[in-house]
Design a protein around this ligand. Structure first.
Ligand code: ZN
Length: 308
């Protein structure tokens, strides 16, 4: 497999207040793990900022304007309860989108089989018209729309295994059967959505997991609810909202996954991508707030993308 890694120094410049879990050290920890020699064949690319037009693939212009207005000239501005903006936040969020767009282009032109975007801020909580949960723009949703618009992809499956429900992605594709959205997440937990009976136009699959459950429950949910639906959907592209906060060390949730679970789930999705999507997988970093749990899990995930 040819795997691209999209990164950018701007992702370290998006500042949150001292003690905030979504912090630049997350990417520093991941970068350290990726220094291991087994990542030598990983092709590293610098993500470039997307033009503001790309934001409009998933958000109305008023939302873009609201985010732009929230960017302070200095210091840190509380934009929405737990979501903070610093002077570089807009550029970082646009670069996260830029990485996702370039990754989609690379897998459709054959430059790569798959790609991982090591970006922050994350995106899956951003609804059409609302920044929340540390997220401004929904990069996964924008990547899916771009694949459809630019590359003629008909069906995109977005699989979200972040421990928090991907309410933003669900909101954006709620009535769009060309995109299948599948999420495993702890429930109850922030943001409170993601019950089994939230099904959109039949294109939304929620697999909530009870607190204090671990690998067995996660894999069972994946096997019984997520994988059959993704297989049957025959996607042209699989987008992964790859959060690693279901790891047992994570401070924000109470699931007990181990790093191997993310490796396992990656392999299962790659099997489906091989059958229906010419291997195309684009994976975006979402949450993951324990530095060790994040680095170890994301490294296994990326290594699996490289090996197939
Ligand atoms: Zn999360």
């Amino acid at each position: 497999m040819t795997t691209l890694l999209f990164e950018s120094p701007i992702f370290l410049e998006h500042k949150t207040p001292e003690g905030h879990p979504e912090r630049a050290d997350r990417l520093r920890a991941l970068n350290l793990a990726l220094e291991h020699e087994r990542f030598q064949s990983l092709v590293r690319k610098t993500a470039e900022p997307a033009s503001e037009d790309f934001v409009l693939l998933a958000h109305p212009e008023a939302h873009l304007r609201a985010v732009m207005k929230a960017i302070p000239e200095e210091g840190i501005n509380q934009f929405e309860s737990d979501t903070y903006a610093s002077p570089a936040s807009l550029q970082a969020a646009l670069t996260a989108i830029g990485g996702a767009i370039s990754a989609v282009d690379a897998v459709f032109t054959g430059e790569a089989d798959n790609a991982f975007i090591a970006a922050r801020p994350p995106g899956h909580h951003a609804e059409r018209s609302k920044a929340m949960g540390f997220c401004f723009f929904n990069s996964a949703a924008i990547a899916a729309r771009h694949a459809q618009k630019r590359h003629g992809a008909e069906r995109i499956a977005i699989v979200d295994w972040d421990v928090h429900h991907g309410n933003g992605t669900q909101d954006i594709f709620w009535d769009d059967p060309s995109v299948l959205f599948c999420s495993t997440h702890q429930m109850p937990l922030y943001p409170g959505t993601g019950a089994k009976d939230e099904v959109g136009a039949g294109n939304v699959v929620n697999a909530p997991l009870s607190p204090e459950t671990g690998s067995d429950h996660f894999r069972e949910a994946f096997r019984s609810r997520v994988l059959p639906r993704v297989t049957e959907f025959r996607p042209d592209l699989i987008v992964i909202s790859a959060g690693f906060d279901a790891h047992h060390r994570d401070p924000l949730a109470q699931l007990h996954l181990v790093a191997d679970d993310f490796d396992w789930a990656t392999a299962k999705l790659m099997d489906i991508a091989e059958r229906s999507a010419s291997n195309r997988v684009v994976s975006l970093l979402e949450g993951g707030y324990d530095l060790q749990g994040l680095a170890e899990s994301a490294a296994l995930h990326i290594h699996r993308l490289m090996r197939g």
